[in-house]
Design a protein around this ligand. Structure first.
Ligand SMILES: [Zn+2]
Ligand SMILES: [Zn+2]
Ligand SMILES: [Zn+2]
Length: 163
């Protein structure tokens, strides 16, 4: 993915993003013992529905509006924990919200560009940034347990709307 395409255009075919994620999920289920219960799948589908970061309570509110049974807050938190552990979603620490991973199944640092206007989040793929973090950590004998890089800014769509 090139740097320019990190933020997908508003009118892109988002079905393809979802298909990509779901085919990765099916692959993980076949390879490992990924137990995607119906509740976990509903939460994942909710998070994956757009590139806008959703908080746990946004997810709860949207789940309640569907035809399925409402979920308890604790079940949503547990489902999110499960999805985090399996690398299917990222927590956007600065927003206390979640987005679907665009490279599920591959170990990588969370390198996120976050639009502070529309809350859309783009995941960067940058081996150079990951290598720099690893090298700096190694030089300082620092054990990295939770590598997260969050870059706040304003996306192209929101900048255009502001003009
Ligand atoms: Zn998309
Ligand atoms: Zn990711
Ligand atoms: Zn924006």
């Amino acid at each position: 993915m090139s740097a320019e395409s990190a933020f997908p255009p508003i009118d892109h075919d988002h079905g393809r993003c979802v298909d990509l994620l779901m085919s990765a999920v099916e692959r993980l289920r076949a390879e490992q013992t990924l137990r995607l219960t119906p509740q976990r799948r509903r939460v994942l589908e909710m998070v994956a529905a757009s590139h806008v970061a959703l908080g746990a309570y946004d997810i709860l509110a949207r789940l309640g509006g569907g035809n399925g049974r409402p979920m308890a807050p604790i079940s949503v938190y547990r489902a999110l924990d499960f999805l985090l552990q399996h690398g299917l979603v990222h927590r956007v620490e600065s927003l206390n919200a979640f987005i679907a991973c665009t490279r599920p199944g591959a170990r990588h640092d969370a390198l996120l560009m976050i639009c502070s206007v529309c809350r859309r989040v783009a995941e960067l793929q940058s081996p150079a940034i990951e290598a720099a973090i690893a090298a700096s950590a190694a030089a300082g004998h620092f054990l990295v347990t939770h590598p997260v890089v969050e870059i706040a800014g304003i996306c192209r769509v929101c900048r255009a709307a502001d003009r």
